[in-house]
Design a binder for this molecule. Structure first.
Ligand SMILES: Nc1ncnc2c1ncn2[C@@H]1O[C@H](COP(=O)(O)OP(=O)(O)OP(=O)(O)O)[C@@H](O)[C@H]1O
Ligand SMILES: [Mg+2]
Length: 417
């Protein structure tokens, strides 16, 4: 039953979460540099495996906690800022995947394997897991192998679309860990972190605000990735458009991705529902706490606990931060033109906070009412004539558009002004 409420993708993310928590313990809570850590997934229609070099499961932890269903009351809270808290993720994931499971752990002190034959285990009345010592050596880490995959899982694993979407989801949801050097591979191919690039120039700049609420540090970043329908700007790739909206993170892990629904701000109270005219906006709200039970997430790590007061109070701030973009895109639509952007330079919303930089509390967005209402003029002339005008203007290689503008300016200066 426990495997029913979660998707296959989210189960796989649960296993990645555990490796990241182990890396956090191995590096004593400092995850600013994760270059040395590897998480490798091998996925094919016959088997699934995930291995990491993040230190392994200690024997004591394996016997007393790791294989329990649910978190024991006496479980030590030694993982600060951890992703794991419910004590269910790993078990749910392996049972969702298949029927023959092996979990091996290599730590500095111990080496052991936990083989689970699910069919046998289900008919036993003890429901214990056996733990056998291992003789061979491997880098310190955890190795999970699942065979006899469930039919629907095996079917998904034959589908290249599933594997590609896994690359995308992992690149998007673990961007902040990937940007700190964590290496995640699927079938020997490195996953690239999504960049969350937003414009940073004299017209547009991202904002960052942070505050503490009931033991939770809340950091909100927002920026504009691109202007909708603007040819001169970064092209609107489907990949990017998919990633507009609000991202909600808990301890750096994405819980809601590119949200365009009432779960964040869209259509809530007096705020407008999402519309493609708001494309380009990326907001990111990260709730961080040493005690991960204070964070507003549910056990799947894919949904927000909407009744959390910390979350409820943050909605107001998210709305405030989005408002200038809503106003801008409405004015832009009414005016029927896009103001020119002075230059295209980008920064990344997942970048670490640069202490030498001053961050803005509000999005910088040009005031469209102050920009003159621009219209375009189009006309056709023979190429010979146009080339002669270019020569007369002193640059045979100027663009046709520029010829038009120069000729217009010349007429206006001499005959109008
Ligand atoms: N890759 C790993 N490396 C080290 N320890 C691990 C690894 N995977 C699991 N563990 C240990 O097993 C425990 C149980 O994992 P599980 O995912 O079931 O629960 P959790 O992470 O504590 O909570 P949640 O249900 O929120 O994920 C973890 O707390 C951790 O101690
Ligand atoms: Mg877990």
């Amino acid at each position: 039953m426990i495997t029913k409420d979660i998707s296959l993708e989210d189960c796989i993310l649960d296993l990645i979460d555990n490796s990241i928590d182990a890396a956090r313990v191995a590096s004593r809570g400092d995850i600013s540099n994760l270059n040395d850590y590897f998480i490798e997934l091998n996925i094919n229609p016959e088997s699934f495996s995930i291995s990491d070099n993040c230190g392994g499961i200690s024997l004591h932890n394996a016997i007393d906690y790791a294989f329990y269903f649910g978190r024991r009351k006496d479980a030590p809270k030694d993982v600060n800022f951890s992703i794991g808290l419910y004590g269910i993720g790993m078990k749910r994931a392996i049972f969702k995947l298949g029927r023959k499971i092996e979990i091996s752990s290599y730590t500095n002190e111990h080496k052991f394997i936990v083989p689970i034959d699910v069919d046998q285990w289900l008919i036993s009345d003890k429901w214990d897991f056996e733990l056998d010592p291992l003789e061979n050596d491997k880098p310190k880490g955890t190795y999970i192998n699942v065979k006899s995959l469930r039919d629907d899982v095996s079917k998904e694993f034959t589908d290249p679309v599933f594997i590609n979407s896994l690359f995308e989801i992992i690149g998007r949801d673990y961007a902040s860990f990937l940007s700190r050097g964590l290496n995640i591979k699927i079938n020997d191919k490195l996953v690239n972190g999504y960049n969350y690039a937003v414009m940073e120039n004299s017209d547009f700049a991202p904002s960052l605000i942070s505050y503490t609420d009931d033991g939770v540090n809340v950091e909100i970043r927002a920026g504009i990735a691109a202007l909708p329908d603007d040819e001169s700007d970064k092209p609107q790739k489907y990949q990017d458009v998919k990633n507009y909206g609000w991202f909600v993170l808990c301890n750096d892990r994405v819980v809601l991705a590119a949200d365009k629904s009432i779960k964040t701000i869209w259509g809530r109270d007096s705020f407008p529902v999402w519309h493609p005219q708001y494309n380009g906006f990326i907001g990111m709200i990260n709730f961080r706490s040493e005690d991960s039970s204070l964070l507003p997430w549910d056990t799947t790590k894919r949904n927000i606990n909407l009744s959390s007061s910390v979350y409820k109070r943050s909605i107001q701030r998210m709305a405030e931060l989005t408002r200038p973009w809503i106003d801008f895109s409405r004015k832009k639509k009414d005016a029927g033109y896009t103001p020119p952007i002075s230059q295209n330079s980008y920064s990344s919303l997942v970048e670490k906070i640069d202490t030498n930089k001053t961050y803005k509390a509000a999005l910088l967005i040009p005031d469209i009412s102050k920009t003159p209402n621009l219209i375009s003029i189009q006309f056709r002339k023979s190429d010979k004539d146009v080339n002669n005008v270019k020569l007369a203007l002193g640059n045979a290689r100027m663009s046709n558009r520029e010829v038009g503008e120069k000729v217009f300016d010349y007429y206006k200066m001499n005959e109008v002004d």
